[in-house]
Write a protein that binds this ligand. Structure first.
Ligand SMILES: NC(=O)c1ccc[n+]([C@@H]2O[C@H](COP(=O)([O-])OP(=O)(O)OC[C@H]3O[C@@H](n4cnc5c(N)ncnc54)[C@H](O)[C@@H]3O)[C@@H](O)[C@H]2O)c1
Length: 340
C-alpha cells in the first residue's frame, strides 16, 4: 500500500514535532507538503532536512493537491476552525492542534461542517497518549480503584511564555488549563458539569498587566458525581511538573514526573536527583508520536478517531466557564455538548 500523503499547515514549533515524527516513526505516511506564509530560515532548514517536496505560502495549494489525503493544522489558534472547515470541504481528513477555537459557537459550526463532509477530525490532546496518564485511565476504566471519587491534576510550567504570546493565547485557562480540562474528562470518562476557579498573578506582574493570570486552582463537579481539581502555575523553578492522581472506593493511583535518568546522588548535605524532563517537547515526546500514529492508523483502517470534535468543544466550554467563574467569583454550570 502506498504511504498516506500528509500536508502540514504552519511551520512553527509544533509543526516541526509532527513533521519529524511522521518522517521518523510512521513508515506508512509521508509529509508531501508544508504551507506557511511567514517561513523562517529555521523552518526552511528542517523542511530541507526532512525532504518535504512541496513548500508553499498558501495552505490552499495543499487542499487542492489530490495526492494529499489529510492535513495537520499547526497554524495559530485563530486560523484552526476556518482551515478545518475548508479542509474537510476539500475532502481532506484533519488533525487539528488544540484549541479548535476560543469561541464555542465557532467550534459547533465547524463540527457541523465536519459531520456533513463525512471526513475525520482529531484534536491534538496529546496528553491522552502519555504512558503515565494512560495507566491512570486504565485504573478507572477497569475499576481497579473502584468507584471514582476524586481526580487531582498538578500542571506547572518551568517558565512563562513571552508576553506577546500571553496576549494572544486566549489566557491561561484556554491555553494551558485546556489540556488539564481534557485530562479530567479523559481520566474520568465523564463531563465537567460545574466549575469554580481562583486565579492570581504570583509569577510576573507583566502577565497581570497583559490581562491574564499565572497561578490558578480550578475545582469541578463531574457529571458522574465525582469531584476534580486542577492546579496550575506558569513557573515551577524545579521544572515541568505534570502529575495526576485518581482516587476511589478501592484505592488511589498517582503518577510521578518523568526524569532524564533515575540516578540519585546522596551526600552529606542531602540527596539530589534529576529534575523532571524540561518541558512539553521532552516530556510528551512519546505522546506526540502516539497521537499521530493513532490518527493515521484510523485513516488506514477507516475507524473512529480517539479524540474527536466533542473533546475539542467540551474542553473549551470548561475553560470559558472557568473564566466566567474567575470574573464573577461564583460557580458556573457547564452546558457541555453531547456526542451525536
Ligand atoms: N498540543 C500541544 O501540546 C501544543 C503545543 C504547542 C502548540 N500547540 C498549538 O499549536 C498551534 C501552533 O503553535 P506553535 O507553538 O507551533 O506556534 P508557532 O508560532 O511556533 O507556529 C505557528 C506557525 O503558523 C504560521 N502561520 C500563521 N498564519 C498561517 C496561515 N494562515 N497558514 C499557515 N501557516 C500560518 C506562522 O508563520 C508560524 O510559523 C497553536 O494553536 C497552539 O495552541 C499545541
Amino acid at each position: 500500500m502506498d504511504p498516506i500523503q500528509i500536508g502540514i499547515i504552519g511551520a512553527g514549533r509544533i509543526a516541526y514535532v509532527h513533521s519529524r515524527n511522521i518522517a521518523s516513526a510512521i513508515p506508512f505516511a509521508e509529509v508531501k507538503g508544508i504551507a506557511d506564509p511567514f517561513l523562517t530560515d529555521y523552518a526552511r532548514g528542517w523542511i530541507k532536512e526532512l525532504n518535504i517536496p512541496v513548500v508553499t505560502e498558501d495552505y490552499r495549494d495543499l487542499l487542492n493537491d489530490q495526492d494529499i489525503r489529510a492535513v495537520v493544522i499547526c497554524s495559530p489558534t485563530d486560523t484552526h476552525a476556518r482551515i478545518t472547515r475548508e479542509a474537510v470541504q476539500a475532502g481532506k481528513d484533519v488533525f487539528c492542534e488544540k484549541p479548535v477555537d476560543l469561541d464555542p459557537q465557532e467550534i459547533r459550526r465547524t463540527l457541523e461542517t465536519v459531520k456533513s463532509s463525512g471526513r475525520k477530525l482529531q484534536v491534538g490532546f496529546n496528553r491522552r497518549f502519555d504512558h503515565n496518564f494512560a495507566a491512570l485511565r486504565k485504573a478507572v476504566e477497569t475499576r481497579q480503584i473502584g468507584d471514582l471519587h476524586m481526580i487531582r491534576i498538578t500542571s506547572r510550567d518551568p517558565s512563562p511564555p513571552p508576553i506577546e504570546y500571553v496576549k494572544s493565547s486566549g489566557g491561561l485557562f484556554m491555553d494551558m488549563t485546556i489540556h488539564d480540562f481534557d485530562m479530567v474528562r479523559f481520566l474520568s470518562g465523564s463531563e465537567i458539569a460545574e466549575v469554580s476557579a481562583y486565579g492570581a498573578v504570583r509569577v510576573d506582574p507583566a502577565i497581570g498587566e497583559a490581562g491574564d493570570i499565572d497561578t490558578a486552582v480550578v475545582s469541578m463537579k463531574l457529571s458522574d458525581g465525582s469531584l476534580a481539581y486542577i492546579e496550575n502555575s506558569r513557573k515551577a523553578v524545579y521544572g515541568y511538573d505534570q502529575r495526576a492522581e485518581v482516587f476511589g472506593s478501592l484505592g488511589a493511583m498517582e503518577t510521578a514526573n518523568d526524569v532524564p535518568h533515575t540516578a540519585v546522588f546522596s551526600g552529606e548535605t542531602g540527596i539530589i536527583q534529576e529534575k523532571p524532563l524540561y518541558f512539553f517537547l521532552e516530556r510528551y515526546e512519546q505522546a506526540f508520536v502516539a497521537e499521530m500514529k493513532a490518527f493515521l492508523e484510523c485513516l488506514r483502517s477507516n475507524t473512529e478517531v480517539p479524540v474527536g470534535g466533542i473533546d475539542g468543544l467540551n474542553s473549551v466550554l470548561a475553560a470559558k466557564a472557568a473564566l466566567e467563574s474567575l470574573k464573577t467569583g461564583k460557580s458556573v454550570q457547564v452546558s457541555y455538548g453531547q456526542e451525536e
